[in-house]
Design a protein. Structure first.
Length: 152
């Protein structure tokens, strides 16, 4: 079964965007704001129901979210991450149906690779301007192994 893990939005001004979510619709009041210097991104993370929202602002004028905004002429939904039970099988199925893999703009890796929450991969197909990310969320043991390898 696939569920939505998160929806990532590209924003120019994280504080302003988060404030609007909080003020106008009353969500995001418990948001965690994280600066990720390695990825050169500021992100606010909060839930709307069972779906995690991520508001992403590039730290650099030529960062990946800033470029995305410039290319499309405005802020908006950047990608949706779907959970899958087995990423290898999900990628085989997608590729058998004609999908191709895209480089993860954060990690610079094409195809399945480890990420902080699970194994991920991006599909290259245009789905109305919204990227598709697939994630096999780590088991508790896999998460511990990921952290140990990275010294977290």
């Amino acid at each position: 079964m696939q569920t939505i893990k998160h929806m990532a939005f590209a924003v120019s001004d994280l504080d302003k965007a988060l404030s609007r979510y909080q003020q106008f619709i009353g969500v995001g009041k418990d948001a965690r704001v994280i600066d990720a210097p390695k990825a050169r991104v500021r992100v606010a993370i909060f839930n709307v129901g069972d779906v995690e929202y991520q508001l992403n602002q590039s730290m650099d004028p030529d960062g990946r979210f800033a470029k995305w905004i410039a290319e499309r002429g405005g802020e908006g939904l950047h990608h949706i991450c779907y959970t899958v039970e087995n990423i290898d099988e999900a990628l085989e199925t997608a590729q058998a149906a004609g999908a191709t893999l895209k480089e993860c703009s954060s990690c610079k890796v094409t195809g399945k690779h480890p990420h902080p929450e699970g194994f991920i991969a991006f599909l290259a197909e245009d789905t109305g301007g919204i990227e598709i990310e697939l994630m096999q969320v780590y088991t508790p043991e896999e998460l511990e192994q990921y952290k140990a390898v990275r010294g977290i």
